[in-house]
Design a protein around this ligand. Sequence first.
Ligand code: SF4
Length: 61
Amino acid sequence: MKISVDPGLCYGSGECVYRIPSVFTTVDGFGAVIPGREETGDDPEVRAMAERCPSQAITIG
Ligand code: SF4
């Protein structure tokens, strides 16, 4: 499954980048998915990160 970060919701806590630097990065101060890593939505660690994102900006689908 595919993940994405909504920059309109993200407030740049950086938690996703800190916890899973192989999937998330920072662009202009906001969280973003590293290009080519969008298809990691089946990874339990990524799914858990989507649930714990403080602004619910990470979506899987
Ligand atoms: S954890 Fe959520 S709010 Fe924090 S940088 Fe990542 S997407 Fe943005």
